[in-house]
Write a protein that binds this ligand. Structure first.
Ligand code: GTP
Ligand code: ZN
Length: 207
């Protein structure tokens, strides 16, 4: 398989730079990295590694090339004005400081606004995935998910909680495997009304 096998027919552009994914550049960079860590990139086991890593990076950073507007384009009116919460959505992201994974779960809840517009449940998970598949810090990932829901659904309130283990804290550096970082983003009535927020938090914890 070559590195171009999984390229889409229409080249997608980065939301940050407007450039497409540059597989050739990624391969060259991985080859350089292998040399830098003292490896021989031409030995048999490593010969295909730069192309493999380029393909993997294309997938792991695919959120760079996806517009959240596309994910939330379809809404429907269910006249439901109370909480919708999807818990325990598995997410895998990449720490932008060390380019190693952080992973865990996202919980995403919102209260529809006056229009009663709701989105498909899977779209909440797609949204988390989209932003996770970018070089990230957990705080930004959390608020980007919340803000996309505010922008697209005009909801009465939004609550996003993300719990992750950062491998940059587990496999290197401070080396504290198992430590979990929790971040939250609350918008609208979830921010202004403590009892609404407490009720959502209770459901989120399954209590
Ligand atoms: N706030 C925040 N910090 C993060 C996240 N991911 C990694 N970090 C931290 O980013 C910091 C980078 O610190 P630096 O001192 O520049 O880098 P470093 O020398 O590799 O730091 P150590 O990890 O402490 O060895 C570290 O404290 C990481 O734990 C994140 O999602 N949010
Ligand atoms: Zn890190």
């Amino acid at each position: 398989m070559t590195s171009t096998d999984q390229m889409p027919s229409v080249e997608l552009r980065s939301v940050t730079t407007g450039r497409g994914f540059d597989a050739e550049r990624a391969e060259a960079a991985v080859r350089e990295l292998l040399i830098a860590v003292g490896e021989d990139p031409d030995r048999e086991g490593l010969r295909d590694t730069p192309a493999r890593v380029a393909r993997a990076y294309r997938e792991v950073f695919s959120g760079m090339f996806t517009d959240p507007a596309d994910v939330l384009a379809k809404t429907f009116d269910e006249d439901h004005r109370e909480l919708v919460l999807v818990r325990d959505i598995p997410i895998y992201s990449t720490c932008e400081h060390h380019l190693v994974p952080f992973h865990g779960v996202a919980h995403i809840g919102y209260i529809p606004g006056k229009s009663g517009a709701v989105t498909g449940l899977s779209k909440l998970a797609r949204l988390a995935d989209l932003y996770a598949k970018r070089p990230q810090v957990q705080e930004r990932l959390t608020s980007q998910v919340a803000d996309a829901l505010v922008d697209r659904l005009d909801p009465a309130g939004v609550l996003v909680v993300i719990e992750c283990e950062h491998l940059c804290m587990s496999m290197r550096g401070i080396r504290k495997p198992g430590s979990v970082t929790t971040t939250s983003a609350v918008r609208g009535i979830m921010r202004t009304n403590a009892s609404t927020r407490a009720e959502a938090m209770g459901l989120l914890r399954g209590t």
